[in-house]
Design a protein around this ligand. Structure first.
Ligand code: T4K
Length: 378
């Protein structure tokens, strides 16, 4: 019998960062008085300006969620045919391709970063390929240089799903400045959020008008609708929450960095556990997630076993990203979904486990979670 007591309350993989309620009610009063609730109001434009500065990007459009934003990104670049992407991501990534009548082509991932393996992309390109849709998974940057090199050689567009990468920088450059367009998610579970929300960032000035039209049904003015757009607008209340939340990012990041260090210390010497991938000194991380890999052959027990054991202690981890997107019923018939095409992703999908990571956790909570893992009978 284990001596470690379960947590009294459920410990989830994450909890949203919440601003002081008074700050929100103050903003709500302002919005109520203005009687302007959505369709591009004061809060919306102010948030776009503030985010542009924070993310160090030239152009930015906010959206009602990251998925719609990514759908608009794909539309705005007029992508078609096939797009090469990763199977190790959230459902939204390949689904936006399907919603645009594009076939996702799954490329294997890199053993270290768990991002699309830039060295394997070239072998998957065909005359039908129009773009690469890569994901900075868990905020670890993709091999942006190599991806751009391949894209330039074959005349492909590059879209980054940067849903996890808010505030990440490479050599002082915002992560959103790479590729043609990047998408950030501002979902409640993200380090920075607007309850639900998202943004597209890009360097091409000409894309701004097209993206904003697509976000608002393609309505140019009262007389003209110029393209089949969608409703991707962020309302004033959530835009206001987003403005408040910007003040909380740095302190939340600092708390998470401290917790990352505790996980590293407490699990660093456990055989069969690989820690969250490290980045070079030139990368500014955001510490949003803490993800480990459990090698059953060495650790003695499987990832699924650890997941179930932790639940008994009231710790609710998540298997991000299992199942792989290539194993979904809607994608598993694709030729690129074959396991022999995706050996690294298949292996990592069985090993990966996202551990609780949010600023309200204490270092002692994390030590206790690690002790629970170490104490597993193996
Ligand atoms: N691309 C990538 C790579 C993504 O990861 C995502 C979203 C997207 C695109 C799409 O962006 P959005 O359209 O969502 O903006 C969660 C999030 O809902 C999802 O946004 C996120 N990725 C994904 C990685 O995680 P679930 O299905 O795991 O959420 P859920 O409801 O199980 O929440 C996880 C835990 O968070 C809960 O166990 C408890 C806690 N929680 C959650 C919510 C919603 C709270 O404490 N409070 C809350 O309000 O997908």
């Amino acid at each position: 019998m284990s001596k470690i007591e379960p947590f009294k309350e459920k410990i989830f993989v994450t909890r949203p960062v919440l601003p002081a309620l008074e700050e929100v009610t103050e903003k709500l009063r302002e919005i109520w008085e203005s009687k302007w609730l959505t369709n591009g109001g004061k809060q919306h434009f102010a948030l776009e300006d503030e985010l542009k500065e924070f993310l160090k990007v030239p152009y930015l459009s906010v959206f009602n969620n990251g998925t719609i934003a990514l759908m608009v990104a794909v539309q705005s670049l007029r992508l078609q045919g096939d797009v090469i992407t990763t199977p190790f991501t959230f459902a939204a990534t390949p689904h936006v391709l399907s919603w645009n009548n594009i076939n996702p082509i799954f490329c294997d991932i890199d053993e270290e970063t768990m991002n699309i393996d830039a060295d394997k992309i070239e072998s998957m390109i065909t005359p039908r390929t129009s773009a690469i849709l890569a994901v900075h998974v868990f905020g670890t940057p993709c091999n942006v240089k190599k991806i751009q090199q391949v894209a330039d050689t074959y005349g492909l567009k590059v879209v980054y799903d940067a849903a996890h990468a808010f505030g990440v920088e490479i050599d002082g450059q915002g992560i959103g400045t790479f590729g043609d367009i990047s998408m950030f998610s501002f979902h409640a579970t993200k380090l920075y959020h607007t309850l639900e929300g998202g943004a597209l960032v890009f360097a091409d000035k000409n894309l701004k008008q097209r993206i904003d039209l697509l976000r608002n049904f393609g309505i140019k003015n009262e007389e003209e609708v110029v393209m089949p757009g969608i409703n991707g607008k962020l309302d004033e209340v959530r835009a206001a929450v987003g403005r408040i939340m910007l003040k909380y990012v740095e302190s939340e990041q600092a708390k998470r960095l401290a917790l990352h260090k505790v996980y590293d210390e407490e699990l660093g010497n456990v055989e069969g556990i690989t820690l969250m991938p490290k980045c070079g000194d030139n990368v500014k991380r955001n510490y949003q997630y803490y993800v480990i890999r459990i090698d059953e052959k060495v650790f003695g027990k499987s990832r699924d076993y650890v997941y179930d054991e932790l639940k008994k202690y009231n710790v609710y981890t998540r298997k991000y990203f299992h199942p792989l997107c290539s194993d979904y019923t809607c994608y598993r018939q694709l030729n690129s979904s074959r396991q022999d095409n995706l050996p690294v992703a298949t292996n990592i999908g069985k090993q990966v486990l996202s551990l609780p990571m949010y600023g309200e956790l204490t270092a002692d909570d994390v030590r206790k979670i690690c002790a629970m893992i170490r104490s597993i009978d193996r």
